[in-house]
Write a protein that binds this ligand. Structure first.
Ligand SMILES: Nc1ncnc2c1ncn2[C@@H]1O[C@H](COP(=O)(O)OP(=O)(O)OP(=O)(O)O)[C@@H](O)[C@H]1O
Length: 359
């Protein structure tokens, strides 16, 4: 079988996976992200280990990278990444040379949006927002069935909208960013700050050591009725909904898909978010709020979208086709038609050209 690998490169973890034409993840390999203050080489070493693990000695036909950073419009460079050391790096070309395989690069939330549109919760939706709640907040905009990339390819960085003037310092260098109040890191920070000094489910889970507390522990404790864990999700969910209220006022999507690690909490996170959105969207009471749903592909959405991207980029094997393929519509075309019939071939139809030409 021809091997395509998608890699989600986040601030907390690197998750690589072999993905079939139908979007099924066959095997994965995970590494911890070494961190933002380490060298570029150590992050790329972790990526390489994960990719080689998945490949297990087989020839790689293509790798798609879903990077938690600001990717340039050409899909060549990560210009800036609040949680990774890349800054203006020509990541695509360098890793392609290192792995001896074609590499395609896009922002992680864009990749997740493409995967959810092709195979998941946003299938059939023409206007949707993708929010990934992980280390920070990633975002992607799908309008009229196409990714909206903006003038420089960096649209959708909702996590860095300032929601609290002079608020908490953010890794991006500014302060008061939305992701400081609504993300996996924010969830953990809340739970640590409110951890009961006496016995509690959460205290037990982290052996009474707040520094050991993790997001999955907060979800597990909330499921068992721990009050602090419940409050943490109420607070994060409220912030999520307030932010989504603003985004709904701006974009009027029919659907919001919430992915990333924290979305594993499901309705515990989404219920307070839906309520806050309905309350804070402009014209509340005179409009129908968008549906807010969890990512159907879960935490693998980003790597699935990245693998789709690498398959699309292989169509004609040229940089230009790699660029034109970076559109939702291109992938929808494959997902809906050619994928199921098992035939992948270059589609030189206008929609693909138009998709890139607009950004
Ligand atoms: N099941 C879970 N419940 C609650 N929080 C979680 C869960 N899984 C991960 N998290 C939290 O989400 C954050 C990591 O997010 P994720 O697993 O999506 O990693 P990532 O892809 O590296 O993140 P990003 O793409 O935002 O850089 C951490 O703060 C972690 O504690």
């Amino acid at each position: 079988m021809v091997l395509y690998i998608g890699v989600d490169v986040g601030g907390t973890k690197v998750l690589a996976g072999e993905v079939t034409r139908a979007g099924t993840v066959v095997r994965t390999a995970r590494r911890s992200t070494p961190g933002r203050r380490v060298s570029v080489a150590s992050v790329e070493d972790a990526l390489t280990e994960a990719v080689l693990d998945v490949a297990a000695g087989r020839r790689i036909a293509g790798v798609g990278l879903a990077a938690a950073g600001f990717v340039d419009a050409a899909g060549e460079r990560v210009m800036f990444a609040p949680h990774l050391p890349w800054a203006g790096e020509r990541v695509r070309e360098r890793l392609s040379r290192r792995w001896g395989a074609p590499v395609a690069l896009d922002n992680d939330a864009n990749c997740a949006a493409v995967a959810e549109t092709a195979f998941g919760a946003a299938r059939g939706s023409s206007s949707a927002l993708m929010i990934t709640l992980g280390t920070g907040i990633g975002g992607a905009i799908v309008m009229a069935g196409q990714l909206v990339r903006g003038a420089q390819g960096m649209a959708g960085e909702f996590g860095h909208m300032q929601v609290v003037p002079d608020g908490r310092n953010c890794e991006c260098g500014m302060s008061g960013c939305w992701e400081q109040y609504c993300s996996g890191n924010a969830l953990v920070r809340f739970a640590r700050a409110h951890l009961d000094p006496g016995p509690s489910i959460l205290t037990d889970l982290c052996d009474a050591r707040p520094e050991q507390l993790t997001g999955p522990m907060v979800t597990a404790a909330a499921e068992q009725g721990d009050p602090v864990a419940g409050q943490a999700f109420a607070a994060i969910g409220e912030w999520l909904g307030v932010g989504l209220g603003g985004l709904t006022s701006a974009f009027d999507p029919e659907l919001v898909v919430v992915g990333g690690g924290v979305s594993a909490a499901g309705d515990r996170l989404l219920e307070p978010a839906r309520a806050a959105l309905a309350r804070t969207v402009v014209g509340a009471g005179h409009r129908t709020p968008p549906q807010v749903v969890g990512a159907r592909l879960g935490p693998e959405a980003g790597l699935i979208g990245a693998a789709l991207l690498s398959r699309s980029a292989r169509w004609a094997g040229s940089a230009r086709s790699a660029r034109t393929a970076r559109s939702v519509r291109g992938v929808q075309t494959i997902g809906a038609g050619d994928y199921r019939s098992g035939v992948i071939k270059p589609r030189r139809r206008r929609p693909d050209r138009g998709a890139r030409g607009s950004s």
